[in-house]
Ligand binder design. Structure first.
Ligand SMILES: C[S@@+](CC[C@H](N)C(=O)[O-])C[C@H]1O[C@@H](n2cnc3c(N)ncnc32)[C@H](O)[C@@H]1O
Length: 257
């Protein structure tokens, strides 16, 4: 074979390799799924069917002032999961509120419930103003309490068991932020309460980046709290229901092993 053909073939191979690695880079963040998320346990047909309120809420949140509407990714599942609880009086804790899109949704959809929103709003200029604007009608009502501080500072003021019926975890996205938020908030979740863990499949384009450890933190949490929850849903987000009290020592003991 002449040398020109051989170099042409090598060039083609090189392109194929590059394409393969690009593909790999897109499809994996280096972390696998938790073995505690079992497909057979999920009522996917039911939870992923199009909710009759989906377009209504997509429309509603499009009128809010915000440069991000992340909620859209989970909206349909959240509508389906929360539908049976719509009229309940629930205590909600939201960790990570940004400009108020998700808090607005919870307050509007769960109309008898109240929410505590925790965010260090000042990280992003104007966020608190935008949040206030979007939630204007709930300000100074007993349905909304706002904590402009880090989640750690919020938790450090005291933890109370059986406080919340619904907890939405969407604040810091580094491993330590997430594991701390999961641990401290789960301790305060009531039995039969739901916890919505956002961004399980979040991926910022790097193969392995421990700073972006949402999935790793959720996996570790699911392992350590195993036996105290039932998995309701997993996809882009993970939703669990607490079925048993979770002892503070459960974490410590597991770490010792
Ligand atoms: C993805 S955004 C929340 C989006 C919001 N839940 C929504 O759907 O509209 C994450 C938010 O978490 C906040 N945040 C990040 N780290 C935090 C921390 N350690 N404590 C409190 N808030 C934090 C950021 O300021 C940001 O507003």
């Amino acid at each position: 074979m002449n040398t020109q053909i051989i170099s042409l073939m090598n060039l083609i191979r090189l392109f194929q390799f590059k394409r393969f690695f690009k593909q790999l880079d897109k499809n994996t963040d280096g972390f696998s799924h938790s073995k505690y998320l079992i497909e057979e346990d999920i009522n996917r047909n039911f939870l992923e069917r199009e909710n009759k309120k989906l377009n209504f809420y997509l429309d509603k949140i499009s009128f809010l002032e915000s440069n991000n509407r992340w909620l859209q990714t989970n909206l349909n599942q959240f509508l389906n999961i929360l539908e049976p609880l719509k009229n309940n009086k629930m205590n909600i804790l939201e960790l990570g509120s940004y400009q108020g899109v998700s808090a607005f949704f919870f307050l509007d959809y769960l109309e008898n419930s109240k929410i505590k929103c925790v965010d260090c709003f000042d990280i992003h200029p104007n966020n608190l103003d935008i949040f206030k604007k979007n939630l204007n009608k709930y300000f100074n009502t007993e349905r909304l309490e706002v904590y402009n501080e880090s989640t750690l500072s919020f938790f450090s003021k005291g933890l109370k068991e059986n406080s919340y019926d619904l907890i939405y975890v969407d604040a810091g996205h580094g491993y330590l932020d997430v594991i701390t938020d999961l641990y401290y908030s789960y301790l305060q979740l009531k039995i039969n309460g739901l916890m919505l863990l956002d961004d399980y499949l979040w991926y910022e384009g790097k193969v392995v980046d421990l700073n972006k450890g949402v999935r790793l933190a959720i996996n570790d949490f699911l392992e350590r709290a195993n036996g105290t929850y039932k998995v309701i849903y997993f996809g882009y987000s993970v939703v669990i229901k607490k079925i048993k009290n979770f002892e503070a020592t459960q974490f410590r003991n597991n770490f010792k092993e």
